[in-house]
Design a protein around this ligand. Structure first.
Ligand SMILES: *Cc1c(COP(=O)(O)O)cnc(C)c1O
Length: 415
């Protein structure tokens, strides 16, 4: 390029290209905001529901109404929104270990599950208390070359009647597309036709509120995820959720606490306010993250660098995969994201050997809530092709500052 634009002009041009994309993100936000507001109204949420509770937490209205609020907002029969769950992985493992009994089969139909689940399921090794150690059989079907579910392989596997059929909605940290809930419908139909008693569980992490309806609206039995991602709205300090069919939710409640006690017990001494407020702002915050992702996508398209998904594609998660020409650019990208973070802007992330990864990994996360990836953050394994994953952004204003700085980094413009 002989005529390099300033970052201000470049970002303005990218935004002009995105007018329609932003409009459709906003339409989705407005639609979901209405549904979430209605959920608050029908559940008669009041200030007393925020009150802290202690000990057993018997008759904890704040806990019970929060569960019902999540069920309404997600259009499900029942839900559990649980501050005591420390992560999405914890929530997913809790669900799987509640549903799967010895000699049952778990069938993953979107390829290898998210990294943190590998030990928990027992796909590699048999960690203590893993599903594998409990004699749960694990089977896996890869996505086909176009990133779609392999229906022929699925039909064959279903004749063995797996107890759980498991899908991951988000791309996670793979160069593939996220699965749209509406596109899952035919798969769900096939599952229920061939194996009606199989329970369909969707790892819904990063996907919530990116589309008008969740996978449960199209036939999934359960959706599961983290509250320091989309549904926490950047405000919830911790937690996980599961939503779907009531019979399964009751069973899972017995796993969260104790069989026979279920959701009767459980207190939260810090109070429930951030979970209520987080869900209320989540439609807006998810829209901010989607706009940030679309802006980075458009920037890469304009610079002729590979990116996924394209800026105008329908998104089913908040992750943007970005391919850089060199290792230095990839590392520079993560350092730049960190340097424009509100927290720990003064530290410089370095590639690091992480347990469970074969390559070094570099992460940028200058977040208010530790590790919250609904806040602007980036991760990258250091290997070819040099791919970074960007997600989050609780304000689009922050996302566009970050995009401008990354552009300047790529153009060799010092700030
Ligand atoms: C974040 C995430 C998880 C769970 O990860 P935690 O870090 O334990 O919250 C699982 N699956 C996907 C696709 C995710 O994005």
């Amino acid at each position: 390029m002989n005529n390099i634009l300033s970052s201000t002009d470049f970002i303005a041009a990218a935004e002009a290209d995105l007018a329609e994309v932003f409009h459709s993100i906003e339409q989705n936000e407005y639609h979901i905001q209405e549904r979430v507001l209605e959920a608050f109204r029908v559940n008669l949420v009041a200030a007393r529901h925020f009150n802290p509770t202690t000990g057993y937490g018997y008759d904890d209205d704040g806990r019970d109404v929060l569960d019902r609020l999540f069920a309404s907002a997600l259009q499900c029969e029942a839900a559990l929104a649980v501050p005591q769950l420390s992560s999405g992985t914890h929530a997913i493992f809790m669900v799987l270990s509640a549903l799967l009994r010895p000699n049952d089969t778990m069938l993953a139909i979107t390829g290898r599950p998210y990294d943190t689940l590998i030990n928990a399921i027992g796909i590699e090794g048999n960690a203590e208390c893993s599903l594998g150690e409990m004699n749960v059989d694990y089977r896996q079907i890869e996505l086909d070359n176009s990133g779609k579910i392999d229906i022929d392989a699925l039909r064959a596997e279903l004749t063995m009647h797996p107890r759980v059929v498991y899908l991951q909605r988000s791309r996670g940290y793979a160069w593939r597309n996220s699965l749209l809930p509406q596109d899952m419908a035919s798969t769900f139909k096939t599952v229920k036709e061939i194996s009606p008693n199989s329970i369909i569980v969707v790892d819904n992490c990063y996907g919530e509120f990116t589309q008008e309806a969740e996978p449960t609206a199209f036939g999934a039995d359960l959706i599961v995820g983290s509250l320091i991602k989309n549904l926490g709205g950047g405000i919830a300090p911790t937690g996980g959720y599961v939503a779907g069919r009531k019979a399964y939710i009751n069973r899972i409640a017995n796993r969260i606490t104790v069989p026979g006690i279920g959701r009767e017990a459980g207190s939260y001494a810090a109070g429930y306010l951030p979970f209520y407020e987080g869900l209320f702002v989540a439609p807006h915050v998810v829209a901010q993250a989607l706009k940030t992702a679309a802006l980075f996508a458009r920037m890469f398209e304009k610079l002729d660098l590979p990116t996924m998904p394209s800026s105008d594609s329908k998104r089913s998660d908040i992750v943007q995969a970005l391919r850089f020409n060199t290792k230095d650019e990839l590392i520079g990208f993560c350092k730049t994201i960190q340097s424009v973070s509100p927290i720990d802007s003064f530290v410089s992330p370095e590639p690091w050997a992480m347990p469970g990864y074969n390559d070094e990994v570099i992460m940028a996360a200058g977040t208010f809530v530790q590790g919250a990836s609904i806040e602007l953050s980036a991760d990258a394994p250091i290997r070819e092709p040099f791919t970074g994953y960007l997600q989050g952004g609780i304000t689009y204003g922050h996302g566009r500052i970050a995009a401008g700085r990354v552009y300047e980094m790529l153009m060799g413009q010092t700030h």
